[in-house]
Design a protein around this ligand. Sequence first.
Ligand code: NAD
Length: 297
Amino acid sequence: MRVLVTGGSGRLGRSVVAGLAARGHEVVSVDVAPAEGPPGVRGVVADLLDAEARSGVFAEVRPEAVVHLAGIAVPFARPDVETLQVNTGLAWAVLGAAVEHGARVAVAASSPTVYGYNTPGWRPRYLPLDEEHPVAPWHAYGLSKLIVEEAVRALARTSGDCVLCAVRPGYVVAPQEWEGAPTQLGHTMAERVADPELAGVSLFNYVDAADAADLFARVVEAPERVEHGGVYNAVAADPLAEGPVDGLMARLHPGSAPVAGALADGRAVFSSDKARRDLGWEPRGTWRDRLRVDRAG
Ligand SMILES: NC(=O)c1ccc[n+]([C@@H]2O[C@H](COP(=O)([O-])OP(=O)(O)OC[C@H]3O[C@@H](n4cnc5c(N)ncnc54)[C@H](O)[C@@H]3O)[C@@H](O)[C@H]2O)c1
């Protein structure tokens, strides 16, 4: 298929572009930053908030599928109003263009931050967190991602044959980050495993970039299996911690104490069962295999 990937030069985008190309798709990566993609992948430098540039790219590429990753990807990285404007404006414009230009499927990146953890009053109703659990964002980034999900739902009402959905990837770990490069919040993966305070901020969630890329590819390849207008969690099956995180959750997120016992068997705080069920997605990357640390030392 001819797939347009927005944000293809980014941390997750590079793996998504490489994964789609390896599966034989014709990939066009669109980003304000130049692409360093694999050979055969076309990189287009364009600001997708610019209406003229955007419609020019879509009219020329005429994508059959769109993977929308472009945006401000880290909470508090930019002023709040900019985060809201960029992430919501981009999603509405890009997904709308996908529908308008005849794509069969379009998927946008959301985030687990929509659940709203890290407030004093955060009390999950149950764990693990699945897509049915209520959302309660509190910062501009989380709110922007909830609006992205609402944009998907809204556009799905009139998108005809174009299937739309959103994916909530966990804390994305790119290939070089398994090898020791700092992750998006500045710590290495070894540091995040060693210090539960670091990984606890994200409820110990993570996902190997190649696994997240595999889920985006599955959406592109099998839109008939996708819940139209729906959302999918995409996190690793285990938590980023040495053992089960029930006790850590109760200590670091006290409002979770009444339900944290459900994690005593070592499962992740987030459930990706819906992606497993609908799309056959199986996250294979676990930190225990990928991380080169001497855990005996
Ligand atoms: N990295 C994570 O852990 C994580 C977790 C959950 C969700 N997400 C979401 O996944 C997506 C990708 O995340 P990432 O970590 O690869 O981020 P990133 O910052 O590495 O990549 C985002 C890319 O979008 C591009 N971009 C921004 N504004 C643009 C515009 N107006 N026009 C064209 N391109 C533009 C940037 O140049 C950048 O290359 C984001 O939407 C992010 O919110 C990321």
